[in-house]
Write a protein that binds this ligand. Sequence first.
Ligand code: NDP
Ligand code: MG
Length: 339
Amino acid sequence: MRVYYDRDADLNLIKSRTVAILGYGSQGHAHANNLRESGVENVIVGLREGSSSRPKAEGAGFTVMTPDAAARTADVVMMLTPDEGHSALYSGDLAGNMKEGAALAVAHGLSIHFNLIEPRSDLDVFMVAPKGPGHLVRSEYVRGAGVPSLLAVHADASGNCQELGLSYACALGAGRAGVIETTMKEECETDLFGEQTVLCGGITSLIQAGYETLCEAGYAPEMAYFECVHEVKLIVDLIYEGGLAQMRYSVSNTAEYGDYSRGPRIVDAGVKERMKTILDEIQSGAFAREWVLENAAGQASFKAMRRRAAEHPVEEVGARLRGMMPWIGENALVDRSKN
Ligand code: NDP
Ligand code: MG
C-alpha cells in the first residue's frame, strides 16, 4: 500500500486551478473551506437554484453559481452532492459544460465504479475520499491536523491526474495524516460493505436488538438505553485508541470473560455467511442497481424505512436522557445552520 504525505505533493497544481465544489453539505463545506485556507484562491461553490445551502456558502464568503455555470468556469469539478444524484447532475449540468481537459472528482467511487456516470474521454477523473465525516475533515484541518484519505485515479487523460489528485488531497489536509493509494473498485466495495454490515447497518441492528431484549424482559427503558446505546461510545473510544486489546485491558475481567464466551454466540458463523452474501450483492452491482431503482421510484421505501426508524422508542428515551447530559452537546461538530 502506498501512502503519500504533504512532502510528496506539489500544492501549486491545485492552487493554480479554479475549483468548483458542487454541494455544500457534510463534505462540501469542509472541502471548500479547507482548500481556500490552503491557498486555493478560486474556489466556487456550485448549488442549484433555490438551494437551502446557499445562505451557508454565501455566509462563509464563497461565490455561489449554479452547477452548470460552475462547470463552465472550473478546471476541477468536485462532486460533493449525494451519490444517487450524480448521474443526473453529470449528464444535465457537467457533461456539456465542463472545459476541455478539465478534471472531474468524487469523494466516493460509487457513481463512477458502477457506471452511473460515463465521463467524457478528455477529462481526468480522480477520487479523494476522506475516511471520516465531513465535519471531522473540517475540524481536524482547523486543528492543524487532517483526516487520512484515499486517492484513486480512474482516467488519466492529461498524464498528470495522479499529481493533481494528490495536490487536491493535500489542500484538503489529508497529506498531514496520509493519502493512501487505491482504486475506485476497492474503495467503493469496501466502503459499502463496511457501512452495511458493521458501521451503520450492523451496529444499529445490534444496539436495537439489545435495547428491545431488555425492555421486553421488563427492565426500565432508561437502563436499556444506558447499557446498549450510551456506553457504545465509551467502548468504541477505547477500541479506536488501542484496538480490541486496549478495550479488553480496560474493562473488568467479568466483562472480558463475557465478551470471549458470549460474543461469538451472538455474532456467529451465520452472520459471516450473510456478510458474504451482502458482499456478493455489492460486487455484482445488485446493490447499486437496487439503489438506482429506489431513487427512480422517488425513494418511497427509503423514506418509509427512515420514518419507521425515527419512530422507534429508543429515540424518544435517548433524547430525554441526553437532555440530562448537556455536556454531550458541547463542542458539537455539527451546527445545522452553518454546515
Ligand atoms: P450531503 O448530503 O451532505 O450533500 C448535500 C449537499 O448537496 C447540499 O448542499 C445540497 O444542496 C447539495 N445538492 C444536492 N443535490 C444537488 C444537485 N443536484 N446539485 C447541486 N447541489 C446539490 O452529501 P455528503 O457530503 O454526505 O456526500 C457528498 C459526497 O461525499 C458523496 O459522494 C458521499 O459518498 C461522499 N462522502 C461523504 C462522506 C460524509 O462524511 N458524509 C464521507 C466520505 C465520502 P440542496 O440544499 O440544494 O439540497
Ligand atoms: Mg464509508
